[in-house]
Design a binder for this molecule. Structure first.
Ligand code: SME
Length: 161
């Protein structure tokens, strides 16, 4: 049984503890679906105010939904489309305070108001997947959340490559 109790006073500590827990959770497991599934569950359980948390995988140059927590979501997203597609096309994290103001935002859950998408890039520079977090709170994600999730993506890149 895994029983991670991550309760930190500040975000820097929260993400440090979350990255450490994630590292332990995926250690020694080569199956990428298993690792993404447990990662989605751990992040969902740890970070407050999310309504969707999970992965879109790079399948032949198209994003295809992977393991997640939350409501059923759109299945395929082209590179360049929406927030996830922007992260995939640029290999840059996308932090959106107001999804209604993001051109081409893809609404999978009408409750979503803000979003953070971080690319997971393999050792040879190829996109493996994106980590996508949605929140019903406007401007839920700040620079510390972005830096923390980039750190999670680095842990996952090693586990999924
Ligand atoms: N909103 C995303 C689509 C995926 S859902 O949020 C799960 C986007 O615009 O790419």
């Amino acid at each position: 049984m895994y029983d991670f109790k991550i309760a930190a006073a500040d975000k820097a500590t929260l993400y440090r503890d979350l990255a450490s827990a994630l590292d332990g959770l995926v250690a020694g497991e080569p199956d990428p679906v298993a690792n993404m599934a447990n990662a989605a569950a751990l992040i969902w359980e740890t970070l407050p105010d999310l309504n969707w948390c999970g992965f879109y995988r790079n399948v032949g140059g198209e994003l295809v939904v992977g393991p997640f927590q939350g409501r059923p979501a759109c299945i395929r997203i082209k590179f360049g489309d929406g927030v996830c597609g922007a992260a995939a096309a640029t290999l840059q994290a996308q932090r959106v305070d107001d999804v209604h103001a993001f051109p081409g935002h893809i609404a999978c859950d009408a409750a979503s108001r803000s979003e953070l998408v971080v690319p997971i890039v393999g050792g040879d520079g190829n996109l493996l997947a994106v980590l996508d977090l949605d929140s019903p709170e406007p401007a839920r994600f700040d620079a510390e959340d972005e830096a923390g999730c980039v750190r999670l993506a680095e842990v996952l890149a090693r586990a999924l490559d």
